[in-house]
Design a protein around this ligand. Structure first.
Ligand code: ASP
Length: 345
């Protein structure tokens, strides 16, 4: 036994689900059930403690209150453990990992999200591998005692990704996640191969900070050919709306119609921070590349560069949660806070 320790936080998700006897539908179950199916946990040479949500949830139930609950558990236990593993449903894992990457500022310990596509009680489950390797990554330390991966990450099917760079890409296959615009931080084969130069380092002169406030006065607007002015107007007239993540085409392009650009320009003038991200799985917004992007740029829309939608929306929640003005959010949203976007071109 080493002196290392990890806290496992079980929030729910397929990994711990069992079939409802009456309906056959999957529903979350408690952590003891999971331990029974992963006896390997008892053979790991470090201490593992576990806590779980009072009521484990399907991750479609995730929201800022539940992110705050996860953060509270981490803060209350931060000095007691070397790392944290969060068991979470895959459906919204990219959102939760993104949110936590902003809410937990300057961590010097790993926070690893994982889950599975098949429940742990199934013979072919992917959950066992995911869980055991995530636990090992959470306690990996350099010779000087510093954590190897002091970041909020997602570990899934042999790859470790920066949490705020992940997207769920498959509803069935075991390789459910990808990090399209940032290289994977580690690959797990016969041994775990880290890309050390890709991993963020904490600023040792500053303490870790826990930010709880998340403002949900935000929305996502996905463009499609034929989007009407009624839809656009209704979106930008939502009472109290502060921020919009607009999913545009390709390199950040949108229709050049006057009515379209007028509605957006008016919204931006009214202080609604509008962030342009691409609908493409990969690549960056570059509004000045095409006339159709330039029009949008002139309205005051901010480039989200290569941010995922999940990172952009949770970043807006976090920045408005900090109490910043629209002008300040506009400035901050286009800067990398925790590695969620490429630094400005
Ligand atoms: N519906 C499940 C959830 O996100 C799916 C999963 O865990 O893979 O909680």
């Amino acid at each position: 036994m080493t002196d290392a320790s990890v806290l496992l936080i079980y929030t729910g998700g397929t990994i711990g689900m069992v079939e409802d006897a009456e309906t056959g539908a999957l529903k979350p179950f408690d952590f003891d059930y999971m331990k029974k199916y992963v006896p390997e946990i008892n053979r790991l040479k470090f201490k593992i403690d576990a806590v779980q949500f009072d009521v484990p949830v399907d991750s479609s139930e995730m929201n800022p209150e539940k992110w705050q609950a996860i953060l509270r558990i981490i803060e209350n236990n931060y000095t007691k453990y070397d790392g944290f593993v969060i068991l979470h449903g895959t459906d919204t894992m990219a959102y939760s990992a993104s949110a936590l990457s902003f809410m937990l500022e300057n961590p010097d310990k790993p926070v690893i999200f994982t889950g599975s596509q098949l429940p742990i009680g199934k013979i072919r489950t992917d959950g066992r591998e995911n869980l055991v390797t995530a636990l090992e990554i959470a306690v990996d330390r350099h010779d000087n005692g510093e954590a190897v991966v002091p970041e909020v990450c997602v570990f899934f099917q042999n790859i470790l990704m920066r949490g705020n760079r992940t997207s769920k890409i498959n509803a069935e296959n075991f390789n459910a996640f990808n990090s399209f615009d940032y290289p994977v931080l580690a690959e797990a084969g016969t041994y775990i191969k880290y890309g050390h130069h890709l991993i963020r380092k904490p600023d040792r002169n500053r303490a870790v900070k826990f930010h709880y406030a998340m403002d949900d006065s935000v929305t996502i607007l996905r463009l499609f050919p034929g989007i009407s002015s009624a839809v656009l107007k209704a979106t930008f007239s939502i009472p109290g709306l502060k921020g919009v993540v607009m999913e545009t085409y390709g390199a950040g392009n949108a229709p050049g119609d006057k009515w379209f650009l007028d509605i957006i320009e008016d919204a931006v003038k009214r202080g609604i921070v509008t962030v342009n991200v691409t609908q493409c799985a990969s690549g960056s917004v570059e509004m000045s590349r095409y006339k159709s992007g330039k029009g949008l740029e002139n309205t005051g829309v901010v480039s989200g560069r290569d941010m995922t939608t999940a990172a952009a929306i949770t970043k807006l929640m976090y920045l408005f949660g900090c109490g910043l003005s629209p002008a300040e959010v506009t400035k901050q949203v286009s800067r990398s806070i925790s590695g969620e976007m490429q630094e400005s071109a």
